[in-house]
Design a protein around this ligand. Structure first.
Ligand code: MG
Length: 271
Protein backbone atom coordinates (compact mmCIF):
# COMPACT_ATOMS: atom_id res chain seq x y z
CA UNK A 1 0.00 0.00 0.00
CA UNK A 2 2.80 2.31 0.90
CA UNK A 3 4.66 1.67 -2.38
CA UNK A 4 1.45 2.14 -4.42
CA UNK A 5 0.88 5.47 -2.73
CA UNK A 6 4.45 6.47 -3.40
CA UNK A 7 4.17 5.62 -7.13
CA UNK A 8 0.93 7.60 -7.24
CA UNK A 9 2.65 10.63 -5.75
CA UNK A 10 5.50 10.45 -8.24
CA UNK A 11 3.13 9.96 -11.21
CA UNK A 12 1.07 12.91 -10.04
CA UNK A 13 4.24 14.95 -9.87
CA UNK A 14 5.05 14.08 -13.49
CA UNK A 15 1.59 15.18 -14.60
CA UNK A 16 1.88 18.34 -12.57
CA UNK A 17 5.33 19.34 -13.80
CA UNK A 18 4.38 18.32 -17.36
CA UNK A 19 1.56 20.89 -17.30
CA UNK A 20 3.78 23.77 -16.28
CA UNK A 21 4.23 26.28 -19.09
CA UNK A 22 7.75 27.06 -17.93
CA UNK A 23 10.16 26.09 -15.22
CA UNK A 24 9.77 28.06 -12.01
CA UNK A 25 13.17 27.55 -10.44
CA UNK A 26 15.98 27.73 -12.98
CA UNK A 27 19.37 26.79 -11.65
CA UNK A 28 21.82 29.54 -10.92
CA UNK A 29 22.85 30.94 -14.27
CA UNK A 30 26.53 31.75 -14.75
CA UNK A 31 26.56 35.53 -14.64
CA UNK A 32 30.19 36.09 -15.40
CA UNK A 33 33.48 34.35 -16.00
CA UNK A 34 36.83 35.66 -14.89
CA UNK A 35 40.35 34.40 -15.46
CA UNK A 36 42.97 34.70 -12.73
CA UNK A 37 46.63 35.67 -13.25
CA UNK A 38 47.39 31.95 -13.17
CA UNK A 39 44.95 31.27 -16.01
CA UNK A 40 42.36 29.65 -13.74
CA UNK A 41 38.75 30.05 -14.81
CA UNK A 42 36.28 31.27 -12.18
CA UNK A 43 32.53 31.23 -12.89
CA UNK A 44 30.19 33.37 -10.81
CA UNK A 45 26.45 32.89 -10.44
CA UNK A 46 23.73 35.29 -9.32
CA UNK A 47 21.28 33.67 -6.89
CA UNK A 48 18.58 34.67 -4.44
CA UNK A 49 21.19 34.50 -1.68
CA UNK A 50 23.76 36.60 -3.50
CA UNK A 51 26.64 36.29 -5.96
CA UNK A 52 28.74 33.16 -5.52
CA UNK A 53 31.61 31.34 -7.17
CA UNK A 54 30.82 27.84 -8.49
CA UNK A 55 31.75 25.40 -5.66
CA UNK A 56 31.89 28.19 -3.09
CA UNK A 57 32.18 26.88 0.48
CA UNK A 58 30.61 30.10 1.80
CA UNK A 59 27.38 29.70 -0.19
CA UNK A 60 24.49 29.07 2.27
CA UNK A 61 23.74 25.35 2.69
CA UNK A 62 20.13 24.11 2.63
CA UNK A 63 18.20 23.32 5.82
CA UNK A 64 18.40 19.79 7.22
CA UNK A 65 15.17 17.71 7.08
CA UNK A 66 14.59 14.21 8.48
CA UNK A 67 13.00 11.89 5.86
CA UNK A 68 10.01 9.64 6.53
CA UNK A 69 8.76 7.01 4.05
CA UNK A 70 10.59 3.96 2.76
CA UNK A 71 11.56 3.74 -0.93
CA UNK A 72 9.27 2.76 -3.82
CA UNK A 73 9.04 -0.60 -5.59
CA UNK A 74 8.83 -0.75 -9.40
CA UNK A 75 5.40 -0.20 -11.00
CA UNK A 76 4.16 -2.63 -13.66
CA UNK A 77 5.28 -0.60 -16.68
CA UNK A 78 8.83 0.05 -15.51
CA UNK A 79 12.00 -1.39 -17.03
CA UNK A 80 13.89 -2.95 -14.14
CA UNK A 81 17.56 -2.12 -14.57
CA UNK A 82 18.79 -3.82 -11.38
CA UNK A 83 16.83 -6.11 -9.07
CA UNK A 84 19.75 -7.01 -6.84
CA UNK A 85 20.64 -10.30 -8.49
CA UNK A 86 22.64 -9.66 -11.67
CA UNK A 87 24.27 -7.01 -13.84
CA UNK A 88 22.91 -8.31 -17.16
CA UNK A 89 21.52 -4.86 -18.02
CA UNK A 90 24.89 -3.20 -17.43
CA UNK A 91 28.20 -3.07 -19.26
CA UNK A 92 30.77 -5.49 -17.84
CA UNK A 93 32.68 -4.00 -14.92
CA UNK A 94 34.43 -5.00 -11.73
CA UNK A 95 31.60 -3.65 -9.55
CA UNK A 96 30.45 -6.45 -7.23
CA UNK A 97 27.07 -7.86 -6.18
CA UNK A 98 26.37 -8.82 -2.56
CA UNK A 99 23.16 -9.43 -0.63
CA UNK A 100 20.88 -7.74 -3.14
CA UNK A 101 22.96 -4.71 -3.98
CA UNK A 102 25.84 -3.72 -6.26
CA UNK A 103 28.84 -1.86 -4.92
CA UNK A 104 31.40 0.31 -6.68
CA UNK A 105 35.02 -0.77 -6.60
CA UNK A 106 37.79 1.79 -6.45
CA UNK A 107 39.43 2.12 -9.84
CA UNK A 108 36.81 0.03 -11.67
CA UNK A 109 35.34 3.11 -13.35
CA UNK A 110 31.72 4.04 -14.01
CA UNK A 111 29.08 1.37 -14.58
CA UNK A 112 26.72 2.03 -17.51
CA UNK A 113 23.48 0.54 -18.77
CA UNK A 114 23.67 -1.41 -22.03
CA UNK A 115 20.54 0.37 -23.25
CA UNK A 116 20.30 4.09 -23.89
CA UNK A 117 17.60 6.45 -22.67
CA UNK A 118 16.32 9.97 -23.24
CA UNK A 119 13.65 11.66 -21.12
CA UNK A 120 12.66 9.39 -18.25
CA UNK A 121 11.51 8.75 -14.71
CA UNK A 122 14.29 6.98 -12.83
CA UNK A 123 14.22 5.36 -9.40
CA UNK A 124 17.54 4.58 -7.70
CA UNK A 125 18.37 3.50 -4.17
CA UNK A 126 21.83 4.03 -2.73
CA UNK A 127 23.80 3.82 0.50
CA UNK A 128 27.07 5.54 1.34
CA UNK A 129 29.57 3.61 3.50
CA UNK A 130 28.58 2.99 7.12
CA UNK A 131 32.26 3.14 7.99
CA UNK A 132 32.75 6.88 7.63
CA UNK A 133 36.07 7.92 6.14
CA UNK A 134 37.26 11.16 4.59
CA UNK A 135 35.41 14.44 4.45
CA UNK A 136 33.81 16.90 2.06
CA UNK A 137 33.89 15.44 -1.49
CA UNK A 138 35.95 12.47 -0.27
CA UNK A 139 33.14 10.92 1.81
CA UNK A 140 30.75 8.51 0.10
CA UNK A 141 31.13 10.16 -3.30
CA UNK A 142 29.39 8.63 -6.29
CA UNK A 143 26.75 9.99 -8.67
CA UNK A 144 23.79 9.16 -10.88
CA UNK A 145 24.42 10.37 -14.41
CA UNK A 146 21.52 10.89 -16.81
CA UNK A 147 22.59 10.35 -20.41
CA UNK A 148 26.09 9.52 -19.13
CA UNK A 149 26.58 13.27 -18.72
CA UNK A 150 24.40 15.09 -16.16
CA UNK A 151 25.17 14.24 -12.54
CA UNK A 152 22.91 14.16 -9.55
CA UNK A 153 25.50 14.00 -6.83
CA UNK A 154 25.62 11.07 -4.43
CA UNK A 155 27.58 11.96 -1.31
CA UNK A 156 27.53 11.33 2.42
CA UNK A 157 26.11 14.74 3.32
CA UNK A 158 25.05 13.70 6.82
CA UNK A 159 26.99 16.12 9.00
CA UNK A 160 29.64 16.58 6.32
CA UNK A 161 30.28 20.12 5.11
CA UNK A 162 31.18 20.64 1.48
CA UNK A 163 30.39 23.22 -1.16
CA UNK A 164 26.55 23.19 -1.37
CA UNK A 165 26.43 22.89 -5.17
CA UNK A 166 28.31 19.61 -4.75
CA UNK A 167 26.49 18.07 -1.76
CA UNK A 168 24.17 15.09 -1.98
CA UNK A 169 21.22 15.71 -4.37
CA UNK A 170 22.92 18.71 -6.00
CA UNK A 171 22.92 18.95 -9.77
CA UNK A 172 26.67 19.02 -9.58
CA UNK A 173 28.09 22.53 -9.76
CA UNK A 174 24.73 23.87 -10.95
CA UNK A 175 21.90 23.63 -8.44
CA UNK A 176 21.89 23.33 -4.64
CA UNK A 177 19.16 20.98 -3.30
CA UNK A 178 16.17 22.66 -1.65
CA UNK A 179 16.85 20.82 1.62
CA UNK A 180 19.34 18.32 3.02
CA UNK A 181 17.22 15.20 3.60
CA UNK A 182 20.06 12.68 3.85
CA UNK A 183 19.85 9.60 6.01
CA UNK A 184 22.77 8.45 8.15
CA UNK A 185 25.78 6.74 6.51
CA UNK A 186 25.06 3.10 5.65
CA UNK A 187 21.26 3.59 5.51
CA UNK A 188 19.38 3.11 2.24
CA UNK A 189 18.18 6.25 0.51
CA UNK A 190 16.22 6.85 -2.68
CA UNK A 191 16.15 9.19 -5.64
CA UNK A 192 13.09 9.60 -7.84
CA UNK A 193 14.21 11.61 -10.84
CA UNK A 194 12.10 13.13 -13.59
CA UNK A 195 14.41 14.13 -16.40
CA UNK A 196 13.71 15.76 -19.72
CA UNK A 197 16.67 15.57 -22.03
CA UNK A 198 18.31 18.52 -23.79
CA UNK A 199 17.64 18.93 -27.51
CA UNK A 200 20.40 19.97 -29.86
CA UNK A 201 20.45 21.38 -33.35
CA UNK A 202 23.96 21.25 -34.74
CA UNK A 203 26.30 22.61 -32.11
CA UNK A 204 23.58 24.48 -30.22
CA UNK A 205 21.23 23.42 -27.45
CA UNK A 206 17.73 24.55 -28.45
CA UNK A 207 15.95 23.03 -25.44
CA UNK A 208 17.77 22.72 -22.13
CA UNK A 209 17.44 19.70 -19.84
CA UNK A 210 15.14 19.84 -16.82
CA UNK A 211 15.32 17.93 -13.55
CA UNK A 212 12.79 17.26 -10.83
CA UNK A 213 14.23 15.14 -8.03
CA UNK A 214 12.82 13.64 -4.83
CA UNK A 215 15.26 12.30 -2.25
CA UNK A 216 13.73 9.94 0.29
CA UNK A 217 10.31 11.14 -0.89
CA UNK A 218 11.10 14.84 -0.38
CA UNK A 219 11.37 17.36 -3.22
CA UNK A 220 14.97 18.53 -3.56
CA UNK A 221 15.10 19.82 -7.18
CA UNK A 222 11.93 21.50 -8.46
CA UNK A 223 11.78 21.41 -12.26
CA UNK A 224 15.21 22.98 -12.55
CA UNK A 225 16.44 24.04 -15.96
CA UNK A 226 20.01 22.88 -16.34
CA UNK A 227 22.04 25.72 -17.82
CA UNK A 228 24.95 23.55 -18.96
CA UNK A 229 27.03 20.47 -18.19
CA UNK A 230 27.86 19.20 -14.71
CA UNK A 231 31.40 17.98 -15.25
CA UNK A 232 33.98 19.33 -12.76
CA UNK A 233 36.00 21.81 -14.75
CA UNK A 234 38.28 23.30 -12.12
CA UNK A 235 37.88 24.58 -8.54
CA UNK A 236 35.24 27.11 -9.58
CA UNK A 237 33.96 26.04 -12.97
CA UNK A 238 31.73 23.48 -14.63
CA UNK A 239 31.42 22.33 -18.23
CA UNK A 240 29.11 23.69 -20.93
CA UNK A 241 26.57 21.76 -22.97
CA UNK A 242 28.14 19.58 -25.63
CA UNK A 243 25.90 18.10 -28.35
CA UNK A 244 25.23 14.37 -28.03
CA UNK A 245 22.84 11.62 -29.11
CA UNK A 246 19.14 11.75 -28.18
CA UNK A 247 19.53 8.62 -26.06
CA UNK A 248 22.53 7.62 -23.97
CA UNK A 249 23.16 5.22 -21.06
CA UNK A 250 22.45 5.76 -17.40
CA UNK A 251 25.76 5.75 -15.52
CA UNK A 252 26.77 5.37 -11.87
CA UNK A 253 30.03 6.90 -10.73
CA UNK A 254 33.06 5.25 -9.19
CA UNK A 255 34.68 8.07 -7.23
CA UNK A 256 36.88 5.84 -5.12
CA UNK A 257 34.38 5.23 -2.30
CA UNK A 258 32.43 1.93 -1.95
CA UNK A 259 28.88 3.19 -2.54
CA UNK A 260 26.01 0.68 -2.88
CA UNK A 261 22.99 0.65 -5.22
CA UNK A 262 19.81 -1.43 -5.42
CA UNK A 263 16.25 -1.37 -6.82
CA UNK A 264 16.89 0.63 -10.00
CA UNK A 265 14.04 1.05 -12.46
CA UNK A 266 13.14 3.41 -15.26
CA UNK A 267 10.08 4.59 -17.21
CA UNK A 268 10.68 6.34 -20.53
CA UNK A 269 8.90 9.67 -21.02
CA UNK A 270 8.02 11.83 -23.98
CA UNK A 271 10.42 14.76 -24.47
MG1 MG B 1 30.00 12.41 -7.62
Amino acid sequence: MRSEACVLIVCSLILFTGCKPAATTPDAKPASVETTDKGETIQYVETESGRWRVHDMDRPAPDVVTPGAEPCLAPSDAIVLFDGTDLSQWQPTKWVIRNGYMESVRGAGYIRTKDSFGSCQLHVEFATPENVQGNSQGRGNSGVFLQDEYEIQVLDSYDNATYPDGQCAALYGRAVPLVNVCRKPGQWQSYDIIFHRPVFEGDKVVKKATFTVLQNGVLVQDHVVLQGGTQWNGPHAVSDYKPHEDKRPIALQDHGNPVRYRNIWIRELKD
